[in-house]
Write a protein that binds this ligand. Structure first.
Ligand SMILES: C[S@@+](CC[C@H](N)C(=O)[O-])C[C@H]1O[C@@H](n2cnc3c(N)ncnc32)[C@H](O)[C@@H]1O
Length: 407
């Protein structure tokens, strides 16, 4: 059966209204951002989530067969849990391990009102999860590369009549998103706005396009020379050397040469494309590195980077929310270029959590090397959470510090 509306039409425009079957009874206010920090006014859902659900309900009303429904990168369950409550089976795929934990905890929180046991399937974002999907729902990611990768996967592996609904806040959307979706779909239409949010509908899969990711790039790293960096779509900074990381590695190289920095083991916390883990492994021939990131794409990228440069035997890659799988007081060296966003929102709590985790796992005398945007003034935080902190490099944009853990 083909979807009932011709390509280019959306049910809100045809019917003149949206249905609220999935939103009207759901206790959204009970959802929390936990384990991510959630200050006053930070909710675990937004107007784009509600608009996506109402748009989905309206597609159902005009006769589109929703099932199988795939939800991608739901942050805290605000998309998945209302669907389950309404008896709609969901396949859920999430890049972020932090968001995976958040959905699990919210599912427990609203548990008795949600029928999840046989309705929810969770898996990694890939061909198996998307196979045959008729409806795919996702909050628009910040990164166009991430969107490109997802759109390609959906076009290749979902049902040919799939309806892809991608929602976001107007302030975070741009026409470039439509262009990116148009590489994988013949029909890309932005719906009417509501509460400063909008849903883009993509239909008409273009199949056979080569996968846009992973990509690799030759880069010069301080002190160790030319390497190959690799990135999948949702990886911070792509396959490039981040300018903050460059300053961090220059400062670490100076400390290695002056004999003040030696170690046999290190953690690259929030490894992204794996630049820091690679640099550490190239700097010390006997070193073993643990590279961790909450993003599945970052982990795949760090693994490919390590393999491309012949150090995979000494780099262990582990997907983890912060350092939840690492013992307290066990590590001599943690290296961190912390994020300052959660999704589209600038959120200092994200970095604070990672710094606190570094403090937890460092042994007595262990060091945290950290680079941060100078205007963020993390030094008092580092002093408080880790210990004595000194600045070892600074340029117009970034500051590099070393904090020593005392127990
Ligand atoms: C600024 S990027 C740095 C990436 C890489 N280390 C580099 O230097 O290019 C920060 C990284 O932290 C990761 N991250 C964010 N929250 C995290 C968490 N709770 N646990 C682990 N990693 C996290 C992000 O996915 C991102 O890859």
């Amino acid at each position: 059966m083909t979807a009932p509306l011709p390509h280019g039409q959306t049910p809100d425009a045809v019917l003149g209204h949206l249905r609220s079957a999935y939103t009207e009874d759901f206790p959204f206010a009970e959802l929390l951002r936990d384990p991510l920090p959630g200050g006053a006014g930070q909710r675990a859902h937004d107007a784009a989530d509600l608009l996506l659900l109402d748009t989905l309900a309206t597609w159902s009303e005009v006769g589109h067969r929703l099932d199988p429904v795939v939800v991608l990168d739901d942050r805290h369950g605000a998309l998945t849990l209302p669907l389950l409550k309404a008896g709609v089976a969901v396949r859920l795929g999430q890049d972020s391990a932090s968001h995976q934990r958040s959905v699990t905890r919210n599912a427990e929180r609203v548990g008795d009102r949600v029928r999840s046991d046989h309705l929810l399937t969770r898996g990694e974002i890939g061909p198996e999860l998307l196979a045959g999907a008729r409806t795919v729902v996702l909050p628009l990611p910040r990164s166009l590369d991430a969107l490109d990768q997802t759109a390609h996967l959906v076009a290749e592996h979902a049902h040919v009549d799939v309806v892809l609904l991608a929602g976001g806040r107007d302030k975070h959307m741009s026409p470039r998103m439509n262009e990116v979706l148009s590489r994988s779909f013949t029909s890309v239409v932005a719906g009417r706005g509501r509460s400063k949010s909008r849903v883009i509908t993509a239909r008409g899969s273009r199949r056979g396009r080569p996968a846009p990711f992973p990509r690799t790039r030759a880069q010069e790293l301080p002190d160790v020379g030319s390497v190959t960096l690799a990135a999948y779509g949702a990886t911070f900074g792509g396959a490039r050397l981040d300018p903050g990381t460059r300053l961090l590695l220059e400062a670490m190289a100076a400390a290695v040469h002056s004999g003040t920095l030696t170690t046999e083991r290190a953690i690259d916390l929030g490894c992204g494309n794996g630049t820091i883990a690679l640099w550490l492994a190239l700097q010390w021939a006997g070193l073993s590195v643990l590279a961790t990131d909450q993003s599945a794409d970052a982990c795949r990228s760090a693994e490919l980077t390590a393999r491309e440069n012949g150090v995979l035997d000494r780099v262990e890659i582990r997907r983890d929310d912060a350092l939840s799988s690492v013992d307290e007081a066990s590590e001599p060296l943690v290296v961190l270029n912390p994020p300052f966003h959660d999704g589209n929102a600038v959120d200092p709590g994200v970095a604070q959590r990672l710094i606190a985790e570094a403090a937890r796992v460092l042994e007595d005398g262990g060091q945290l090397w950290c680079v941060w945007n100078s205007h963020l003034r993390y030094r008092p935080l580092l002093e408080r959470l880790v210990g004595q902190t000194r600045q070892v490099a600074r340029n117009r944009q970034f500051t590099v510090t070393v904090s020593s853990r005392r127990r």
